[in-house]
Design a protein around this ligand. Structure first.
Ligand code: PA5
Length: 434
């Protein structure tokens, strides 16, 4: 993974010194936490990549349930109990699952409560009444009390008795759902209490569904561990997390209120959405750590290249100068697909004969960046060597560090989400009246 930004070199030295003076003690604190295996801090997620017991627990629980003939894994969860595993799954091929019917098992992630989706799931599950080992349902909820998750679970369980024996629960150590799972002898994996939803992709929340999908989660963890080691031991200014946090913070303080993650492979779109939650909930805050009302935040958006070049790039290049962009791409072509030399419709588009699909999208990415340079629009460029488990692990861990650093620079709590409770309370009240 390469992380670069021309915008970094434009940050004044006194500002960089200031960022360093805030973040250096924080990194020392993280090092202590890491060396002492302190699982009781909100930052404890940095212990996950080197904790082999997490994957062992996943494998053990799967010994209790037959997955040899599995065709569909239905994973119910929302927010931090959804985006992480879905981001990795989609990046490694899930986006194109529809075009590979032979690829099994398929994972169906179910987040919101949608009648159409539930109706279609009913149809799908009806086909498994005489073949229950073909399906598995995993419910993921740290609190165990998230309305959408529990509604989806109850609707499916009430219609299909056989699912009671094809159910796994992933929930917080002290949640009521965990207690109930134990009392009903449902296989259970717990999420450490101090690891929040949006930082939980490398806990059982991500590992279980990804392992079932056949993804090499050991490599994912190895990639993340590399980032932990680098961030805690390298000179801070040489780490991707520092560079990225510095550029984002600098631009935010200069009125760039939007951070656009511009992925140049459609399979990375869900990663962009995972990051959108990470940024939205971590630094979108009413109060700072001193209790001052600050209404802090940067609006995270996701764009997909080249789809959105034909949609919103007019706005990006010509509209308000309020956006910092992070381009995300890979330098390795996933498949050697070429435009033929002998075109069926010649002369419609120049200079495409014999070029690979990768070369064309790469030219479009570089052309877009050139246009950004010409317009003086700031960006960070992340280039993965390839879209692999290792690189995705590195990327997720780098972004989680970046967000912790950003929150520290902004004097915010990166780990709570008090305002999310506001709509939840209102919903609970309304449900009483229906
Ligand atoms: O990041 C968070 O904490 C939230 O997005 C939660 O993950 C989300 O609300 C789902 O919560 P739970 O895992 O408790 O069902």
């Amino acid at each position: 993974m390469k992380v670069q930004s021309k915008a970094y070199v434009t940050i004044k030295q006194d500002k960089l010194d200031n960022y360093l003076s805030v973040l250096s003690p924080y990194v020392s604190y993280l090092k202590d936490l890491f060396e002492n295996h302190d699982w009781k801090r909100p930052e404890s997620s940095i212990l996950l990549p080197s904790d082999e017991s997490e994957l062992r627990r996943v494998k053990l629980i799967l010994e209790k349930i037959d997955t040899n003939s599995l065709q569909h894994h239905i994973v119910i969860g929302i927010g931090g109990s959804y985006f992480g595993p879905k981001a990795i799954y989609d990046a490694l091929g899930g986006t194109f699952d529809v075009a590979t019917p032979e690829h099994l098992p398929k994972t169906i992630f179910v987040d919101t409560c949608d009648p159409t989706m539930l109706r279609d799931l009913h149809r799908l599950l009806s086909g498994y009444k005489d073949f229950p080992e073909g399906v598995l349902v995993t419910v993921i909820s740290k609190s165990g009390t998230t309305t959408e998750t529990i509604v989806n679970l109850e609707v499916l369980l009430s219609s299909f008795d056989f699912l009671h024996n094809r159910l796994l629960v992933v929930s917080g150590e002290s949640s009521l759902l965990s207690k109930m799972a134990v009392s009903k002898s449902i296989p259970l994996l717990t999420i450490p209490d101090h690891i929040g939803g949006r930082y939980s992709v490398l806990s059982a929340v991500g590992l279980l569904p990804l392992y079932v999908a056949g993804i090499d989660v050991a490599e994912l963890m190895r990639g993340a561990d590399t980032q932990v080691q680098q961030t805690l031991t390298y000179e801070l200014t040489k780490t991707p997390a520092f560079l990225s946090a510095a550029v984002i913070f600098d631009h935010l303080s200069r009125g760039f209120n939007i951070h656009n993650t511009f992925v140049f492979h459609p399979e990375l779109e869900t990663f962009g959405k995972w990051y959108r939650q990470l940024m939205g909930e971590s630094i979108g805050k009413l109060h700072d750590l001193n209790g001052q009302e600050v209404h802090a935040g940067m609006t995270p958006t996701v764009s997909v290249g080249s789809t959105d070049l034909h949609s919103v790039v007019q706005l990006y290049l010509g509209g308000p100068r309020d956006k910092l962009t992070t381009f995300l791409s890979t330098s390795q072509e996933a498949a050697a697909i070429r435009v033929p030399w002998d075109l069926f419709f010649p002369n419609l588009v120049e200079d495409i004969e014999g070029k690979s699909a990768f070369e064309i999208i790469h030219a479009i990415l570089k052309g877009t960046q050139k246009a950004y340079d010409n317009e003086g629009l700031p960006y960070i460029d992340i280039e993965l060597n390839k879209i692999s488990e290792f690189e995705l692990g590195e990327l997720c861990q780098f972004k989680m560090f970046e967000m912790m650093f950003l929150a520290k620079l902004l004097n915010l709590n990166a780990f709570d989400q008090p305002q999310v409770e506001l709509y939840k309370q209102e919903t609970r009240e309304l449900l009483k009246t229906f």
